[in-house]
Design a protein around this ligand. Structure first.
Ligand code: ADP
Ligand code: MG
Length: 698
C-alpha cells in the first residue's frame, strides 16, 4: 500500500532560516516584532534636515566620479533643489553607477551627516525616483544572513493575517489590564499597529517600547510567563517526595560535631530553611545562593546527611570533573567516615571512567549501597538507576542547561511501599539573581541566601592594569612565589578561536617559565586529557607548583588556600560574574591576596564602554550581590535571566527593570486566571510559549 501521507517538500533555504529563528507557527511570525522602522513615507528637503537624521531625499544627480583617495570610492552629488548632498559608496557595481548617472533623478535614504564640506550620506539605500510613497512606516525585522528582509516581511505579514489572535483574557481581568497599559488595545490591534504603524506616529515611542501597544504586548508576555510558573508550582504541589527528618543523634548531628569550624549564622539559617523543605512531602525546589567562598558545600553536606540518615540516596552534580572533585572532596571527606559504619558508600560517576569501574558504580547505585552519588553530567544519563533517590543537589547550577536540570528531576526514587517519589532539588550558585527579581519573577522557585562570609578572610585587593605593565606583574609573581605563595594566571578561552587562545596560553606558559627560573609553572587547558589535568591540579593543590597558567575558566574552581595572587589576562573579554568567580579563587586563606585584571586595549584605541564598566565594578567591590546588581545594570535583566540562567532568553519584550508595574499585574492575574479560567490560561500559555512552556519550569 502506498504511504498515505504525501511526501513533504524539502524546505527552501529561507524557510529553513525561518525555522532556525523559531518562526514556525503563524503566531510565532505575528510575534516577531520589528527591531526598528524606516520612514519612507515622506521626502525631506536638505534645507530643513538636521545632522544625524535618518532621512529620505529625492533629487537630480549633478556629478558622479570615482575617487581613489583615501580609498577607492564612488562619489555622487545629489541636488534636491534646496541644497546638495554627497553620497559615498565604497562598494559599487556598474548597475549602481547607471542608476546614479549624471542627470538621473533618484530617491535615497540614509543617515544625513552635516559637515564643513556640506551634507553627506555613506552607503544610502537608493532607487530611481518616482513611485508612490508608502503610507506606513517600513518595519525592519531581526533576521539572519540566510533570510532576506523582504522575504521575512512577507512571511510576517501573512503570519499576522492568519494567526488566531482572539482575546484570551476574560472580561473580569481585562479592566485591570487596560488600567496598567493605559489603553484598550487588544492583542490584534497592538500587533497590527507595531508591525505597520501609521505615518504619523512617533518612532521614539515605538522604539523605546513605551507605547501602549507595546505595553499590552509586554503584559501578555509576562502573564504567559507567570502562568507557566504558577502551573509548574501547582504540578509540583501534586507530586510526592519523601519527607526527610533529621534524627536525634543521627548523621546530621554527627556531621555538625565533626566539622572543624562553627557554622556562620547565615549557614545555620539556610540550613534550617532547607531542613524545613525536606520535612514536607512536596518536592523542594530551592536555589541556594551565596558568594564564592561563603560555604555552600557544608550546607549541601548537611542536607545530604539528613537524606542519607532517613535511608535514602543523595546525588550531587557539578559541571566538570575537576570541579566535582574539588568541590566535593571536603564533603566526601566529612561524610565518608560517617557512612562506613552504616555499610554505605560514596559512588563516583564521570565521563572519563573505565567501563568496568562504571559498571561497578552503577551496581552500587542501583542496589542502594551507594548512599551518596557524586559526579558530572554522567549522573543524569539513562543507565543510571537509583534505588531510592531523595535529594538531588546541583552545584554551579547556572552552568547547566535547562534540559539537564529536568533530567535530574526525572530520576525518581521508590519508597518502601512501592510508590514513586520525586527527589527534592537543591540548586547552588555563586552568581546570585537579585533577590527582588527572583522572588517576583520565579514564582516557582524558593531562594535561600548566604549573605555572610566565614570569619577571618582578608579582603582581596583588585588592580586594573594595562598589558603594557606585564613586566611589573611578573615581578609581583616572583615575589609572591619567593614568599612561598602560589599564583594563578588565567588566559581567556573564546570558543570561536580556541586554537589561537591555546597558543596564547602556551606562549604565556613559556614566557613565565623562562622569567621565573626554579619555579614550577604548570599549564592547564580544556583540550588536555583528564588524567593530565588531574596530575597538574594535584601538583598545584599539593603546593609543589608555584604558578598555574590556565585557559579553562571553569576548571579553576579549586580550593587552594595558599594561592594569594590571581592574574587575569585579557580581563576585558570576561563577563563580570566570571571575573568575580575567578577572583574568588584567591583570598581563601589568612594571607593578604590580590587580583590583577590585565587588559589589552584594541590597537591604538580605548577599551569599550561596557568593558571599562565591568573592570571598574570589579575594582570597586568584592561583594557578589553588588556585582550582580552592577551586572544587571550593565547588561539588563533580559539577558541576565535569559541567556545566563537557562540557555534561552525567556523574555523577549518585557524588561523587568522598567516593567515592574506590568509584572505586578501579571503576578496577580495569573492565579485568578488559572483557577477561574483554566481553558483561557492554557490557550494563553500555548500561544506565547508553544513548546517552550516545559522549559520555563526548570
Ligand atoms: P562556596 O560557597 O564557594 O562553595 P565552599 O563551600 O567551598 O564555598 O567554602 C569555602 C571554604 O570555606 C572551604 O574551605 C570551607 O571548608 C570553608 N568554610 C565553610 N564554612 C565555614 C565556616 N563556617 N567557618 C570557616 N570556614 C568555613
Ligand atoms: Mg562551591
Amino acid at each position: 500500500m502506498p504511504d498515505a501521507t504525501p511526501a513533504r517538500k524539502p524546505l527552501s533555504a529561507p524557510q529553513k532560516a525561518l525555522h532556525k529563528l523559531g518562526l514556525v507557527r503563524d503566531i510565532d511570525l505575528a510575534l516577531h516584532l520589528p527591531l526598528r522602522y524606516e520612514d519612507e513615507t515622506r521626502i525631506v528637503t536638505l534645507r530643513g534636515a538636521r545632522d544625524g537624521q535618518l532621512a529620505q531625499i529625492e533629487g537630480t544627480v549633478t556629478n558622479s566620479e570615482i575617487s581613489f583617495r583615501p580609498r577607492r570610492q564612488l562619489l555622487v552629488t545629489l541636488d534636491d533643489g534646496t541644497d546638495t548632498c554627497t553620497l559615498r559608496f565604497f562598494t559599487f557595481y556598474p548597475a549602481h553607477q547607471k542608476t546614479l548617472a549624471v542627470g538621473e533623478r533618484v530617491r535615497v535614504r540614509g543617515e544625513l551627516r552635516g559637515g564643513f564640506l556640506g551634507w553627506t550620506m555613506v552607503h544610502p539605500a537608493f532607487h530611481a525616483a518616482g513611485g508612490e510613497l508608502p503610507d506606513a512606516l517600513t518595519p525592519v525585522y531581526p533576521t539572519s544572513a540566510q533570510l532576506p528582509q523582504a522575504y521575512l516581511r512577507k512571511a510576517v505579514a501573512s503570519g499576522l493575517k492568519r494567526a488566531d489572535l482572539s482575546e484570551t483574557l476574560p472580561p473580569a481581568l481585562l479592566g485591570g489590564l487596560q488600567a496598567v497599559v493605559r489603553g484598550t488595545w487588544t492583542l490584534r490591534d497592538a500587533l497590527q499597529y507595531l508591525h505597520h504603524p501609521g505615518a504619523d506616529v512617533s518612532i521614539d515611542a515605538l522604539e523605546d517600547r513605551s507605547h501602549p501597544a507595546w505595553q499590552r504586548l509586554k503584559a501578555e508576555e509576562l502573564l504567559a510567563q507567570q502562568l507557566s510558573q504558577f502551573t509548574a508550582k501547582q504540578e509540583r504541589a501534586a507530586l510526592r517526595a519523601p519527607a526527610l527528618r533529621a534524627a536525634p543523634g543521627g548523621l546530621h548531628e554527627q556531621l555538625l560535631g565533626t566539622l572543624p569550624f562553627a557554622l556562620t549564622a547565615a549557614q545555620r539559617r539556610v540550613g534550617e530553611e532547607i531542613a524545613r523543605d525536606l520535612l514536607r512531602q512536596v518536592p523542594m525546589h530551592r536555589l541556594l545562593q551565596g558568594d564564592v567562598g561563603s560555604g555552600k558545600t557544608v550546607v549541601a553536606a548537611l542536607a545530604a546527611a539528613i537524606a542519607i540518615d532517613a535511608g535514602w540516596q543523595c546525588a550531587l552534580m557539578a559541571p566538570t570533573e575537576i570541579l566535582a572533585e574539588q568541590h566535593f572532596a571536603k564533603l566526601i571527606g566529612w561524610l565518608e567516615p560517617l557512612l562506613a559504619p552504616l555499610g554505605k558508600r560514596v559512588a563516583w560517576l564521570t565521563g572519563s571512567q573505565k567501563k568496568k569501574q562504571r559498571g561497578e558504580m552503577l551496581a552500587l547505585i542501583a542496589s542502594g549501597e551507594a548512599a551518596l552519588v557524586v559526579g558530572t553530567h554522567a549522573v543524569i544519563q539513562d543507565q543510571v538507576v537509583f534505588r531510592s533517590l531523595a535529594l538531588a543537589i546541583i552545584d554551579e547550577q547556572h552552568r547547566f542547561g535547562v534540559a539537564q536540570r529536568l533530567a535530574l528531576r526525572s530520576k525518581v526514587g521508590v519508597a518502601e511501599d512501592g510508590t514513586e517519589q520525586e527527589p527534592h532539588l537543591l540548586m547552588m550558585t555563586a552568581t546570585p539573581i537579585p533577590r527582588t527579581l527572583a522572588m517576583s519573577y520565579y514564582a516557582d522557585l524558593d531562594v535561600s541566601t548566604i549573605d555572610e562570609l566565614p570569619p577571618g578572610r582578608t579582603p582581596i585587593v583588585t588592580k586594573v592594569v594595562a598589558d603594557s605593565r606585564r613586566a611589573e606583574v611578573i615581578e609581583r609573581i616572583r615575589s609572591q612565589v619567593a614568599q612561598g605563595r602560589q599564583v594563578y594566571w588565567v588566559c581567556p578561552l573564546i570558543e570561536e578561536s580556541e586554537a589561537i587562545d591555546l597558543s596564547n596560553a602556551t606562549a604565556t606558559h613559556a614566557e613565565l617559565s623562562q622569567a621565573l627560573p626554579g619555579v614550577l609553572v604548570g599549564l592547564l587547558h580544556s583540550r588536555m586529557p583528564v588524567a593530565e589535568k588531574k596530575a597538574v591540579m594535584s601538583l598545584f593543590t599539593g603546593g609543589q607548583m608555584g604558578v598555574l597558567v590556565s585557559t579553562t575558566v571553569i576548571e579553576v574552581g579549586v580550593d587552594v588556600p595558599n594561592a594569594s595572587l590571581m592574574v587575569i589576562e585579557h580581563a576585558e573579554r570576561f563577563g563580570l560574574s566570571q571575573l568575580h568567580q575567578l577572583r574568588g579563587r584567591v583570598g581563601r586563606g589568612a594571607a593578604a591576596s590580590a587580583c590583577v585584571l590585565m587588559y589589552t586595549p584594541p590597537d591604538g584605541g580605548r577599551l569599550g564602554e561596557t568593558a571599562r564598566e565591568r573592570l571598574k565594578a570589579m575594582a570597586d567591590t568584592s561583594d557578589g550581590f553588588e556585582i550582580a546588581r552592577r551586572d544587571l545594570e550593565i547588561r539588563g535583566p533580559g539577558e541576565f535571566l535569559g541567556a545566563r540562567q537557562s540557555g534561552a532568553p525567556l523574555l523577549r519584550f518585557a524588561d523587568l527593570a522598567t516593567d515592574t508595574h506590568l509584572l505586578d499585574w501579571a503576578r496577580e492575574a495569573a492565579p485568578v486566571m488559572l483557577t477561574q479560567y483554566p481553558a483561557a490560561a492554557e490557550k494563553h500559555i500555548a500561544r506565547w510559549l508553544g513548546g517552550k512552556a516545559e522549559y520555563l519550569k526548570a
